[in-house]
Write a protein that binds this ligand. Structure first.
Ligand SMILES: NC(=O)C1=CN([C@@H]2O[C@H](COP(=O)(O)OP(=O)(O)OC[C@H]3O[C@@H](n4cnc5c(N)ncnc54)[C@H](O)[C@@H]3O)[C@@H](O)[C@H]2O)C=CC1
Ligand SMILES: O=C(O)[C@H]1O[C@H](OP(=O)(O)OP(=O)(O)OC[C@H]2O[C@@H](n3ccc(=O)[nH]c3=O)[C@H](O)[C@@H]2O)[C@H](O)[C@@H](O)[C@@H]1O
Length: 440
């Protein structure tokens, strides 16, 4: 089929590349000429494992192209995906200005009937709003059909999730659109659940909010574990053996970041508030997460009294491993807080250093290797569980550092590893390890 994808960010680019890999003819449209220019050169503007070679293959096969022109992009489109950003506004509600702008551009340039698929995460009722907006401004009297098709990919595994996700959600009010979408995805062996549009829009917010709830719940459990001498890693294993709980998203740490959990939980608060519902549980999930993001600083202040003048290495800056995305990464709040407390901060991330420089305080220095970051450091904060960080030889680390004191926000190491290496090791929801022995 002929497909247009409007917005070539993390979701739009992955969607366009994967749909072209399925054999469809795809043209990706973005308003950012720099992004389109490097894409046309076969370079991916985002770090996403496996994406770039797949993109190049499909460009070479003539199934994938990029343009800034809405007219060119929509000229032969039978299906039009909207994958633009819906960032948070000051009050936490979703900013739909990009969605509205795209609706107006579709109305101005659409030449023939098309199915319009909103893949962006949008508040319940947005599909109806977009349909009315487009129909109210159509330059040519053509028929449009709306489909809600929310995205569930995770950054760092986006291609894998697209081809092997758990489910595809289709929200639509008419049978024909449903069959068009089911045919579109028919090559994928992924269960398709078709429902009404509003339920589909809600499934996305409810899914992200539930996953965020699991994370905040485990972070609170970890804080109680620390006070009781229990081990949250063991608790998570024991809980996860219950199929009703599941063994994923039970990892205690320094909280969730990223471009979506923070924004979508706040947006859902607003969506509920707009219909006069006080979503108390979700409010707590958000509050718990905010506190958890800087919990390592509290541990460091308890240990040292002050961090003023201490050289602190931040290991991992991106909000999670295998991505360069710094949006709402815990490293941002942590770096700001440490600088304000007078610490000297040096950061290292395998791929996100460049992006980090735009969002971390200007006083932060950057290392090109873990050894350079840890060299003569007084303290190490582990913020992102990159494989190379989890593979560190802690004994070697103790030789690099001035004082071998580690605060691990992602529980990358076992207590036994830390004890054997002779480092002082503080982590989340577990006992601390002194240089000589476990603290009782
Ligand atoms: N990033 C993720 O992991 C996931 C994001 N989502 C949702 O997908 C949507 C997109 O997210 P991302 O891809 O992360 O956003 P992004 O910010 O990475 O990309 C959005 C792209 O849209 C382009 N754009 C904005 N307005 C435009 C216009 N009028 N015409 C053409 N292009 C325009 C921007 O230039 C940008 O390249 C959001 O609603 C998000 O909540 C859903 C699942 C996963
Ligand atoms: O809407 C979105 O953008 C996406 O948001 C998340 O995906 P993503 O944010 O890319 O990454 P996750 O792997 O979900 O991690 C999110 C955050 O939670 C944290 N996390 C995750 C799992 C866990 O057990 N504990 C935990 O603290 C991670 O460190 C990270 O900061 C969802 O998992 C996707 O299904 C969804 O499509």
């Amino acid at each position: 089929m002929n497909i247009a994808v409007i917005g070539t960010g993390y979701v739009g680019l992955v969607t366009g590349v994967c749909l072209s890999e399925l054999g469809h003819r795809v043209i990706c449209i973005d308003q950012n000429p720099d992004k389109i220019s490097i894409l046309r050169d076969g370079i991916s503007p985002i770090y996403e494992p496996g994406l770039e070679p797949l993109m190049i293959d499909n460009m070479d096969a003539g199934r994938l192209d990029f343009t800034t022109s809405m007219e060119e992009g929509l000229s032969s489109a039978e299906i039009i995906y909207i994958t633009v950003g819906t960032p948070p506004r000051e009050d936490g509600s979703a900013d739909l200005s990009h969605i509205s702008q795209v609706a107006d551009e579709i109305a101005a340039h659409l030449q023939k009937e098309a199915v319009i698929v909103i893949k962006s995460t949008v508040p319940v009722g947005t599909n109806e709003y977009v349909k009315n907006r487009i129909e109210g401004m159509l330059a040519n009297p053509v028929r449009i059909r709306m489909v809600s098709n929310p995205e569930f990919l995770r950054e760092g595994s986006a291609v894998q999730d697209t081809f092997h996700g758990d489910r595809i959600i289709i929200g639509t009010e008419d049978e024909e659109s449903a069959s068009i979408m089911e045919k579109l995805y028919s090559h994928l062996q992924i269960p398709v659940y078709t429902t009404d549009i509003r339920s589909s829009e809600m499934i996305k917010y409810a899914s992200n909010a539930f996953l965020a709830t699991k994370i905040s719940f485990m972070n609170e459990i970890s804080n109680v574990c620390e006070k009781l001498g229990a081990d949250v890693e063991s608790v998570a294993i024991g809980m996860g053996l219950d199929k009703r709980i599941g063994n994923q998203f039970l990892k205690a740490g320094i909280g969730y970041g990223g471009s979506c959990f923070p924004k979508d939980t706040k947006a859902l608060m607003q969506i509920a508030g707009n219909v006069h519902y006080d979503f108390k549980l979700l409010k707590s999930v958000i509050e718990v997460n905010a506190d958890q993001q800087t919990i390592l600083i509290g541990k460091a202040l308890e240990r040292f009294g002050t961090v003023r003048g201490k050289r602190i290495a931040l290991l991992g800056l991106a909000f999670k491993p295998n991505t360069d995305d710094m949006r709402e990464a815990p490293s941002i709040a942590i770096a700001r807080h440490l600088i304000n407390l007078g610490a000297e901060v040096i950061g290292y991330d395998p791929v996100a250093n460049g992006h980090a420089e735009h969002v971390l305080p200007v006083q932060v220095r950057y290392a090109e290797t873990l050894q350079e970051a840890l060299w003569q450091a007084d303290v190490g904060f582990i913020l992102t569980e990159w494989a190379e960080i989890c593979a560190l030889d802690l004994h070697q680390v103790s030789l690099w550092m001035r004082e071998a004191v580690l605060f691990d926000g992602r529980n990358c190491f076992s207590l036994g590893q830390a004890a054997a290496a002779g480092v002082e090791y503080h982590s989340i929801g577990r006992k601390s390890v002194a240089k000589e022995r476990l603290f009782v």
